[in-house]
Design a protein around this ligand. Structure first.
Ligand code: HEM
Length: 490
């Protein structure tokens, strides 16, 4: 303790600091000295306070809570954390915008990330979804190009309508998601007022080894609330942190946001003959084919103590499964199974799973394996334990039980388009979504699209996009065309 009742300020090495107001100089008014450890350390640490931001979903907010099972789904999955009504599992959630960088506004027109980490007794299960049930593309090879087209242009240094709409003009499979994004739900009023979706099809396996394909739907219990284009633009300027403030304050006030989880379930044997490819991320499964089955509820009731340590350093990977849950043949999902942990090793380092927010809680020592070293190793392993396997010293061993059931494959290796089912096409479901909208919703959708498309400099790009909307529904295409022409002429 210092002379006052406050604790003593120390250097990184724990030595007391004599002066935190004046640097050490050679005499009064003289130059500063290299021996001033406190000054050098303070400036050097400051220079290193930033790590690479996430290449996508850089801007986000996080909170802790729990998932509670309300309905018995053991017929479909053997996952322990879903195994008993009333069972609670600690959960961490991170919500995000996609395209902008860390300082971007929360109220942007953009999909929102909906990433969950369930700290289950069988290891961490990460479900890394969005607030949209579909996505823009269906092959991971296109993802870097897609994201480049939506982020800043390498020459102008800003987001370009030319690039955004050029990519979509040449990616007809994006029409469904573009319709979704340009509609009312494109700007949620807050993270609490939106649904979350796993979006991909995942595999569940029950205790008997039967397999099912599932889609996850987290329905907000706060009700869906959205902002108009004008409200979004206004709020982006006046309160860029609007979603962060809303989530933080709501939990601080004890008004805990919650979502009810439902799943759609398809017995695995039905997948091959379904009328469209059930692993195509640009399509939803109609509820009349596969009704929603309730599973449980997610409640967020605790704010992180430190945004950098717990939110910026949180790391979610779609490849983190637990027994009873696994991937499907969805190519996009397959690509994501690689991309995330690779991003974490770059952004946070190989030992990011030892950080408290990422560490599994199933085993007291965190991960129980033979990976030890690497930058910033802080693990609690027994330092005398062997770091190789097999060994004769009682180290951890494999179970021999795959997490999920094997899936059959056929054919030759090579680059293939996704399998075509009888009713596969890029536009039908976009048309269905358009036809579901009220007249006012259609007006706003068309105005939002025209607002962007009318800024595009190339007529062929404008026409290709209009053709996509027309293929979804002729009236949709006609209205977009009229609105674009009006803005171009005005
Ligand atoms: C092949 C397609 C995709 C690739 C390669 C990809 C890759 C990435 C990468 C590299 C990150 C940054 C991870 C980090 O630094 O922590 C990220 C973040 C994220 N992605 Fe994707 N992504 C893809 C598609 C999707 C889809 C389809 C969804 C939703 C269904 C999605 C949801 C998210 C979310 C929510 C985050 C933020 C996670 C967090 O809060 O830390 N991504 N993605």
């Amino acid at each position: 303790m210092s002379k006052s009742s406050k604790p003593t300020l120390t250097t990184e090495a724990g030595a007391p600091v004599a002066d935190n107001q004046n640097s050490t100089s050679a005499g009064i008014g003289g130059p500063l000295l290299l021996q001033d450890q406190h000054l050098l350390e303070k400036l050097a640490r400051f220079n290193r306070e930033r790590i690479p931001e996430r290449v996508v979903h850089a801007r986000g907010s996080g909170a802790y809570g729990y998932f509670e099972v309300t309905d018995d789904v053991s017929a479909y999955t053997s996952a322990h954390f879903l195994g008993e009504v009333g069972r609670r599992t600690e959960t961490f959630a991170r919500f995000s915008t996609v395209a902008d960088s860390l300082g971007g506004p929360d109220a942007a027109r953009d999909p929102r990330g909906f990433a969950l980490k369930f700290y289950t007794e069988e290891g961490n299960y990460d479900l890394v979804g969005n607030n949209t049930p579909v996505f823009f593309i269906k092959d991971p090879l296109k993802f870097p190009d897609f994201i480049h087209s939506q982020k800043r242009d390498p020459f102008t240094g800003k987001q370009e309508p030319d690039n955004v709409w050029d990519f979509w003009a040449n990616s007809p499979e994006a029409t469904h998601q573009v319709t979704w994004l340009m509609g009312d739900r494109g700007i949620p009023a807050s993270y609490r007022h939106m649904n979350g979706y796993g979006s991909h099809t995942y595999q569940w396996t029950n205790a008997e080894g039967e397999t099912f394909f599932v889609k996850y739907h987290f329905k907000t219990n706060q009700g869906i609330r959205c902002l108009s284009a004008e409200q979004g633009a206004e709020l982006s300027g006046s309160d860029p942190n609007s979603h962060q403030t809303d989530l933080l304050q709501s939990i601080e006030r004890g008004v805990y946001p919650s979502w009810t989880l439902y799943v759609q379930v398809m017995p695995a044997a039905e997948a091959a003959d379904y009328r469209f490819n059930p692993f195509d991320l640009t399509k939803i499964w109609p509820h009349k084919d596969h009704p929603l089955i309730r599973v449980g509820r997610l409640v967020l009731d605790r704010n992180p103590d430190n945004v950098f340590a717990e939110v910026e350093q949180s790391a979610f990977s779609p490849n983190n499964f637990v027994p009873g849950i696994g991937p499907s043949p969805d190519k996009m999902l397959q690509g994501r199974l690689f991309a995330y942990a690779d991003a974490h090793r770059y952004r946070l380092g190989v030992n990011h799973t030892q950080l408290a927010v990422n560490a599994p809680k199933a085993v007291a020592t965190g991960a129980n394996n033979y990976g030890r070293d690497g930058l910033m190793a802080t693990n609690a392993y027994d330092r005398h334990a062997k770091n190789y396997e097999p060994n004769s010293y009682g180290g951890p061993v494999e179970t021999g039980a795959p997490l999920s059931a094997p899936q059959p494959v056929t054919g030759h290796w090579g680059t293939h388009e996704a399998p075509q089912h009888t009713k596969d096409d890029d536009f039908f479901q976009a048309g269905e979504l358009y036809r579901l909208m009220s007249e006012e919703e259609k007006n706003r959708l068309v105005a939002n699209i025209a607002g962007g498309l009318s800024q595009v400099s190339r007529e062929d790009v404008v026409e290709k996009n209009i053709a996509h909307f027309a293929a979804a529904d002729p009236e949709y295409g006609k209205r977009v065309e009229e609105a674009v022409r009006e803005l171009q002429e005005g």
